[in-house]
Design a protein around this ligand. Structure first.
Ligand code: N01
Length: 506
């Protein structure tokens, strides 16, 4: 029997993660004729954030017809803003339709992925053994690692503690005194869902956020039939929704007048829904709209105005067995604590596991210490691609638009590298220039206006949001340009670059 040698590959391409990014990448590989790949998924189900976020009220606040792959339109969305189960089902159905599941290795957690410069391959150590591949695509997601603040005394709490993305479906909220920490997009969906059941709900708010009207609606069956029989109508709707969402970028980057108009609309929404002047004052934001993601909601303000809900703006200083103590010394007695405190984004611990040349780690790119190009490739990381990398985030529209743009680029890059049997690594100067542009643009936009958010790293740089129109990203990522890369023949990785002449494919 042939024993695999040090440069033998088990698969040509490994995709880490089976969320929207990983499934999208798998479909595009299959469509481009690539079969020799594996998707490693640490869980036993696909779905990423839509598998993990099981809290009541979880739904997509981006329009469904936009929050779907262009290659897999769904004419039968039940709602203009699909509930989490429907989005998750859509992703599972898409994976099945395109034949992805046979490529997924469930229960495979990557413990370390390292580039072997001598052999010119990636070597992955997983909980189920190791694996060698030529190309590595990281699709592990931005919002995959919950952030739970370390509050003194947490371990002494007698009740139940959970994070919004690690919801315990067996926990009964009826008649309980519940604390919810945070007032971001997740809390805004949880609060109205559990408020009617609980005896008392204490909402701990650190910063009031902007909230805009929502209006999710069921889609009537005649529209399902229309989209099925005349797919062009669904494409038209998608185009209109795309352009409407994109207007937000004008407000966030160029036209203060549009932004202040949106702020007035959000203030009117607050005034209409919250009668109590004290509560209204506590809920009024002081930073520029758009600096943090703007969740739409019609039921958060009414829920928080109910008599069994208390908004607490004093900071939490410790947790005791029977409740939470705020800076003013007040003990808030609770049986259950829900942390809706977001995710570790620029310090995502799993990114430490991916190690490129000269021991550089992917975590350095997410924290903004290493430059990256189009949030997709990195110097010191040959034959490596990532989805949802630095400065590819969007708060205003569908993240899938960005993922599909990145996939265009990755597929084109793979075709070039395969054709030349070569290894490619983006040039440091190219990545640096790109990253500097991201910071220059951010500084002139709402994302540089000074609020604290998960878009920013510990040095206050925007490392998450693409600070421009998303169609600009689509244009720039349309083609892989070999001139931006150090390209060497596979098998001679350590030798000097012998890049084929700067031929472009377009
Ligand atoms: O998390 P967040 P999220 N003490 O980071 C507060 C996506 N999403 O899970 O503003 C007290 O936005 C923190 O306060 P502050 C979407 O991209 C999408 O809600 O930092 N409070 C904030 O209020 C979204 O942006 C959908 O001062 C603390 C909250 O916790 C992303 O997920 C639905 C604290 C965290 O808000 C994350 O949203 C839901 C502390 N120590 C989510 N630490 C869709 O519908 C943090 N906070 C598509």
């Amino acid at each position: 029997m042939h024993e695999p040698g040090p440069t033998d590959l088990e698969v040509r391409i490994v995709i880490m993660g089976a969320g929207f990014g990983g499934i999208g990448a798998a479909v595009r590989l299959l469509q481009s004729g690539q079969e020799d790949f594996a998707v490693l998924e640490r869980s036993d189900q696909l779905g990423g954030v839509w598998r993990d976020n099981r809290y009541p009220g979880c739904r997509c606040d981006v329009p469904s017809h936009l929050y779907s792959f262009s290659f897999a339109p769904n004419p039968r969305w039940r709602s203009t803003h699909a509930e989490r189960e429907e989005v998750w089902q859509y992703l599972q159905d898409t994976a099945t339709t395109f034949g992805v599941p046979t490529h997924i290795r469930f229960g495979h957690a990557v413990l370390e992925a390292g580039w072997d410069d001598r052999a010119g391959i990636w070597i992955l150590r997983t909980n189920r053994g190791s694996l060698r591949c030529r190309y590595l695509i990281s699709a592990t997601g931005t919002l995959s690692e919950p952030m739970v603040p370390s509050i003194p005394g947490t371990e002494t709490f007698d009740g139940t503690i959970m994070h919004s993305a690690r919801w315990d479906p067996n926990h009964h909220f009826e008649g309980k005194r519940v604390a919810i920490v945070g007032t971001g997009a997740s809390a805004m969906q949880i609060v109205p869902s559990i408020q009617p059941q609980v005896e008392h709900l204490t909402v701990f708010q650190r910063t009031p956020g902007w909230v805009v009207p929502h209006h999710p609606r069921f889609i009537p069956s005649w529209k399902h039939r229309l989209f099925e029989h005349l797919p062009a109508t669904q494409r038209l709707l998608r185009g209109v929704l795309y352009l409407r969402q994109e207007l937000a970028v004008s407000a966030f980057t160029k036209y203060d007048g549009i932004r202040t108009g949106l702020e007035r609309r959000a203030r009117r929404h607050l005034a209409r829904q919250v009668a109590d002047p004290w509560l209204r004052a506590q809920l009024t934001p002081e930073y520029q709209l758009g600096c943090k993601r703007v969740p739409p909601s019609d039921d958060f303000y009414p829920a928080i105005s109910q008599s069994n809900v208390e908004l607490v703006t004093e900071p939490i200083v410790r947790i005791e067995p029977d409740g939470m103590v705020t800076r003013d010394g007040h003990l808030h007695p609770v049986d259950t604590i829900v942390f809706a405190t977001g995710f570790r984004v620029s310090d995502n611990p799993t990114a430490r596991q991916v190690v490129g040349r000269e021991s550089h780690r992917l975590s350095e790119a997410l924290s903004g210490d290493l430059p990256s190009y189009l949030g997709t490739t990195l110097p010191w990381f040959p034959n490596f691609f990532m989805l949802n990398g630095p400065n590819t985030g969007t708060g205003h529209t569908s993240q899938l638009y960005m993922i599909e743009s990145q996939l265009n680029y990755i597929i084109d890059a793979l075709e070039h590298l395969d054709e030349w049997d070569a290894v490619g690594e983006v040039l440091e100067d190219v990545a640096k220039e790109h990253s500097e542009e991201m910071q220059r643009r951010s500084a002139k936009s709402v994302w540089g206006s000074g609020c604290a958010s998960w878009y920013r790293n510990d040095r206050d740089a925007n490392v998450v949001i693409w600070p421009n129109y998303t169609f600009v990203f689509r244009r720039r990522s349309r083609h892989f340009d070999p001139a931006d890369y150090r390209i060497v023949p596979a098998g001679s990785v350590a030798s000097p670059p012998t890049r084929p002449a700067n031929e472009r494919k377009d």
